[in-house]
Design a protein around this ligand. Sequence first.
Ligand code: ADP
Ligand code: ADP
Length: 230
Amino acid sequence: MAIIEAKDIVYKYPDGTLALDRANISVEKGDMVALLGPNGAGKSTLFLHFNGILKPKSGKILLKGAPIKYDAKSLMEVRKTVGIVFQNSDDQLFAPTVKQDVAFGPLNLGLKEEEVEKRVKEALKEVGMEGFENKPPHHLSGGQKKRVAIAGILAMHPEIMVLDEPTAGLDPMGASKIMKLLYKLNKEGITIIISTHDVDLVPIYANKIFVMGKTKIVKSGTVEEVFSDI
Ligand code: ADP
Ligand code: ADP
């Protein structure tokens, strides 16, 4: 069964832009998915539906088979399960120190201080950022910021991690490090969904590719299937 699914999602921004028009996507538990497509196709808009930040005009998001509900309590549960890493790390990192940034999510879940401490420590270790606890996030490199943003989501113990252009703006080494980290997290059991323009790097790690055209998914399959006729 799909762990997360978008069914006929229609979304219009308040200014009238139709960003999604019956978009469908289905992701299996354990998948590492790459979502490709040109700028403005609707990838970010689709991602914002995955944890209920945006509510579709019509259609639904099914999380483990059940449509997500939009009351505050249900959304809290959804956000525990589905973590989003935004394209611009500066939108995600705002606390004075790395440690406080990573602690923000778990504190919001209402976890006890010792549990938060433990999760922050584990998450920073997982992303290779131990030793940076007391540094201000805005002094880090782009790749380091991305890893801290990922740690902040990991500390919530998500089942699904959605990342908008996680390699954008990084040098090839930094981008490769991020993909290796995501691959490791996937092997540890987290379902991963990545939007990207990086057709050289990301598909190496993905087991499934979706291609988005304007407002909807136009193609899907394995790397071989999707790239065979391009
Ligand atoms: P992608 O992530 O594939 O680049 P987006 O989801 O950001 O695509 O954008 C899809 C469409 O919605 C584009 O036409 C974009 O200009 C428009 N759009 C995105 N955000 C907004 C917004 N806040 N208000 C109005 N239109 C928007
Ligand atoms: P990356 O190579 O990971 O893409 P960036 O291009 O973001 O990194 O940053 C390049 C260098 O500039 C890094 O060594 C980083 O430490 C430094 N740097 C980035 N942002 C800031 C900042 N706000 N203040 C001080 N140094 C910064």
